[in-house]
Design a protein around this ligand. Structure first.
Ligand code: HEM
Length: 297
């Protein structure tokens, strides 16, 4: 008999549990702690009769919103640490964000198991709701330094949501915190490191690149800052990959139709793929030279 033919009834799970009934009625349970019953009540299908795939559509979006919540929680932690010059602890939490984002890139493809024809059966029930209105997605962008105030306009009729975004707009973000950290670590940075400021001032952009080049040309000598910088590039890369994967999934499901949020759909989404939170951390790679690496081992 091979080990794969084992009799399933020979395993008694309760033989492995010491008490006959390990839980007392007043004990905290998994369901209580995680509020599982409440969570499972939150999937309210709009289609009539209920369309099978609408459950998939709701669950995947809700899962994204939960992960966005965690990303914001972790980014806030990392920001606090960066402000206190705790470089490696900050990197620890940013690395976690990067891993979550990798999952989010993959997760979008589950939707491709839904046929375009099936989606049409309930798509009109969504209008004008759209991922466009995901406040947490916009908060993630803002927290990473992509602070485009124009998106606030979308929430003019919802002052409560607009206030959330306005708050995030006025809070420190990873971009500004990173440059502030470099300054505190002794790097000579231009006064104005805002996206607009650097775009208008080539000398300032060159000064910033020169500072980054010191880290990237000698990564081992600046290891904590180097790994932190690369974690930021990881986040930028994953967000960018998410945009690409989302736009392809959207094209596969609705083609070139307009979005339920009122945009041109693919046309709009394609244009967002040029956004970068840390363009100079990308550009510095082109500035590196072969000879200048300092051996420290
Ligand atoms: C059937 C699947 C999906 C379709 C057809 C779709 C379609 C679209 C379209 C057309 C837009 C452009 C705005 C508009 O006019 O509506 C958009 C934006 C967006 N969608 Fe989706 N989407 C899908 C799934 C998802 C999922 C699962 C998420 C996860 C949260 C998501 C998040 C977003 C976000 C955050 C935006 C705004 C992007 C930005 O402004 O940069 N979408 N989507």
């Amino acid at each position: 008999m091979s080990s794969y033919d084992a009799d399933p009834t020979s395993f008694d799970p309760f033989a492995e549990i010491t008490a006959a009934n390990p839980y007392r009625p007043a004990d905290m349970t998994y369901n209580d702690y995680l509020k599982v019953p409440e969570l499972l009540q939150l999937q309210a299908l709009k289609s009539q009769p209920p369309h099978h795939d609408e459950m998939l559509f709701i669950v995947i979006h809700q899962a994204y919103e939960l992960w966005f919540k965690l990303i914001l929680h972790e980014v806030e932690k990392a920001l606090g640490l960066m402000q206190r010059r705790q470089i490696l602890p900050a990197r620890h939490f940013l690395h976690r964000v990067g891993e979550i984002m990798k999952l989010l890139v993959q997760q979008i493809h589950i939707l491709e198991t839904m046929t375009p024809a099936d989606f049409l059966q309930f798509r009109d029930r969504l209008e004008p709701a759209s991922g466009f209105q995901s406040v947490q997605f916009r908060e993630v962008e803002f927290a990473m330094g992509l602070k485009d105030e124009r998106y606030l306009r979308m929430f003019n009729n919802r002052p409560d949501l607009r206030a959330v975004l306005e708050r995030r707009l006025n809070e420190p973000d990873l971009r500004s915190a990173y440059y502030e950290l470099l300054r505190q670590e002794g790097f000579d940075l231009p006064d104005d490191v805002t996206i607009a400021g650097l775009a208008e001032n080539p000398a300032a952009a060159a000064q910033l690149l020169a500072a980054l080049k010191i880290i990237y040309q000698n990564p081992i000598q600046h290891l904590p800052l180097y790994v932190l910088s690369e974690s930021l590039v990881d986040l930028d890369e994953q967000l960018n990959l998410w945009r690409y994967h989302h736009v392809r999934v959207v094209e596969r499901i609705i083609g070139h139709k307009m979005g339920t949020g009122g945009s041109t759909g693919i046309g709009y989404l394609q244009k967002t793929t040029v956004k970068r939170c840390f363009p100079y951390l990308w550009q510095v790679r082109s500035e590196l030279t072969k000879g200048a690496l300092t051996e420290v081992f």
